[in-house]
Design a protein around this ligand. Structure first.
Ligand SMILES: [Fe+2]
Ligand SMILES: [Fe+2]
Length: 372
């Protein structure tokens, strides 16, 4: 791939490698496949990955400024941590882990909507030419490839089904609940999926209610940027979840499947890298450019993207706490009726990085013991 190749059409960005063997899990054809050496190759990455690399290289050359990013160390570790999750499994408490895997698969499936709601012609909202950028390719393959990776497409399963497959192998087809309505509610969405037109109407309504940028900037563009920033933080945080799930699900003394569940998660993790990289690249490109309002007035991208990013960081921190509260509520519920409930719960907290403090706030474990 030469540095000059910066423009791709839709089909090129969705093209996959030719695999020696497709990825089939439990008889289900999944996306991606194996190369001649038997290594897993992510779907739709033949041109998408080199394209993202080329756009990022161009960005660095043009602006000499690092990409918008959030270091993994600045994001909270998974709750419960590996030791806590293994402790629960060792004591026969499997339900919280099974529900977590169901929930993650469910949310991956919501990724199907990434393809909807983008502004028609993003160039018209910017002063500078956007050709040869990730931003110009968002609706020319990047969103579509992302949506297909998460939710599957046609007869190929995606991450949604892959997480569920990992769960079913690890826990030998446990009884599972449909958690879609619960997850939609937790994410502020209506409990039932909406027809596309109604979803678009509500997205527009929401965009008007959530204004942060000057009124002159298209509210649908603002909503799109806010979604991208939120999504990027979710994708970055998710790497903690992958590391955690791989560590727990590779323990063959605790789960079935001879390590296959962890291998499936490692494939999903590989597929996620282009999601993080294109979102970082496009948001960074827009940050270094000038937005054009409906009146023709110019706005520095730096101010607008920074405002969007800061709000997304605050939302992410809030959701992190809500997520921990929900996990703990579920674990506590799973221990209900257990004669060793209090003892198990205390041992569980003692293994954690964080635990609920006396005032309901989460505190680092060394803080809780007064050691720090
Ligand atoms: Fe995913
Ligand atoms: Fe993703």
């Amino acid at each position: 791939m030469s540095f000059t190749e910066l423009n791709f059409d839709f089909d090129a960005l969705l093209a996959s490698h030719s695999y020696r063997e497709p990825l089939v899990i439990g008889g289900v054809r999944c996306h991606g496949g194996y190369d001649d050496c038997g290594n897993y190759v992510s779907p739709r990455t033949l041109n998408r990955v080199p394209a993202i690399r080329a756009w990022q290289e161009r960005y660095r050359k043009d602006f000499g400024y690092p990409l918008l990013d959030r270091a993994m160390e600045d994001t909270p570790p998974n709750y419960p941590n590996v030791a806590q999750a293994k402790f629960l499994l060792r004591n026969g408490i499997r339900e919280p882990m099974i529900r977590t895997l169901t929930r993650i698969g469910t949310v991956e499936g919501f990724g199907a909507s990434i393809r909807f709601g983008a502004v028609e012609d993003i160039q018209r909202h910017f002063v500078e030419d956007l050709s040869g950028t990730a931003t110009a390719h968002l609706t020319r393959g990047l969103y579509e490839a992302h949506a297909r990776d998460e939710a599957g497409f046609d007869d190929e399963a995606g991450h949604k089904q892959m997480w569920w497959a990992a769960r079913d192998i690890a826990f030998e087809n446990p009884p599972v609940e449909d958690l879609a309505a619960e997850m939609r509610r937790a994410m502020g969405m209506p409990a039932e999926p909406l027809p596309l037109a109604e979803m678009m109407r509500r997205m527009a309504e929401q965009a008007m209610a959530d204004r942060l940028l000057p009124a002159d900037v298209d509210p649908m563009l603002e909503a799109q940027l806010a979604r991208m920033a939120r999504l990027l933080l979710i994708e970055i945080n998710a790497f903690h979840t992958f590391v955690w799930a791989e560590a727990v699900l590779s323990d063959t003394s605790l789960v079935a499947g001879d390590g296959d569940p962890a291998r499936i998660i490692s494939f999903i993790r590989a597929d996620e890298t282009p999601h993080v990289e294109y979102l970082k690249c496009a948001l960074s490109e827009m940050r270094e450019r000038t937005f054009r309002g409906a009146s023709g007035r110019a706005y520095p991208g730096r101010e607008l993207i920074e405002a969007i990013w800061q709000r997304a960081l605050a939302t992410s921190a809030r959701r992190g706490v809500e997520g921990r509260n929900a996990e703990l509520a579920e674990i506590t519920a799973a221990l209900e009726g257990n004669p060793r409930r209090d003892e198990l719960l205390e041992e569980f907290h003692a293994l954690g990085d964080l635990r609920p403090g006396p005032d309901g706030q989460w505190v680092a474990i060394q803080d809780a013991s007064g050691a720090n």
